[in-house]
Design a protein around this ligand. Structure first.
Ligand code: GRF
Length: 202
């Protein structure tokens, strides 16, 4: 399965996906890394790993829809079958999301459905929760909603700051995202009537 990773920034989740998919038995390959920001750090990391990269600057387009159409065209040109969003900071139009329905997943730094949107670690600390974490889910038009594929829990510890909590969560993100992609690509987890069902061990 030819996978594209969409990024906007440093691309640490992208790097963990690239590394995991290089294993001989991984049921998917990263065929393209695409960024909406030409200066995204992750693009250099992807190139260094020998992956095809592309920057499509959203600022060059008059509206969201025309950017999304260019994105879709580029993905089709590269024969992409599946998308992993990894720190991609553009909201995608309903048109694009529906086109890729069931073929696009995202990682979010909270235990969804808690803390959709940004500043998740700071908001979790402000609420005094004792556990936090990350979620991999299918993308639907509603932001950070969509069927859940995998979650990892991390403890909140006394004295935590947004940064220290983020650092603990990102370690789990790097473990969780390749695991979730593997489960989707080998059929262990699949979408059925808007829910994820697991065929082995669940
Ligand atoms: C991660 O925390 C991810 O969950 C969120 O954005 C951040 C991206 O980090 N969606 P990186 O670019 O993968 O390092």
């Amino acid at each position: 399965c030819r996978v594209a990773i969409l990024i906007s920034g440093r691309g640490s989740n992208m790097a963990s996906l690239i590394e995991a998919t290089q294993a001989a038995d991984f049921p998917a390959e990263i065929a393209l890394v695409l960024s909406n920001r030409p200066d995204a750090e992750g693009l250099e990391r992807a190139k260094a790993a020998g992956i095809a990269t592309l920057a499509i600057d959203h600022k060059a387009f008059p509206d969201r829809e025309s950017f999304d159409r260019a994105l879709d065209a580029a993905l089709n040109e590269h024969d992409i079958a599946f998308i992993c969003l990894a720190g991609f900071m553009r909201v995608l139009s309903d048109w694009f999301v529906e086109r890729w329905a069931g073929r696009m997943i995202n990682i979010h730094p909270s235990l969804l459905p808690l803390y959709r949107g940004t500043q998740t670690h700071r908001r979790a600390l402000a609420d005094g929760v004792l556990v936090h974490g990350c979620t991999v889910h299918f993308v639907v038009p509603e932001l950070d909603a969509g069927p859940i594929i995998a979650q990892a829990v991390v403890p909140v510890v006394p004295g935590d700051t947004g940064e220290s909590l983020a650092a603990r969560v990102i370690v789990q993100e790097h473990r969780l995202y390749p695991q979730a992609l593997r489960m989707i690509c080998d059929g262990t987890a699949r979408l059925e009537n808007g829910r994820v069902v697991f065929s082995r061990g669940w």
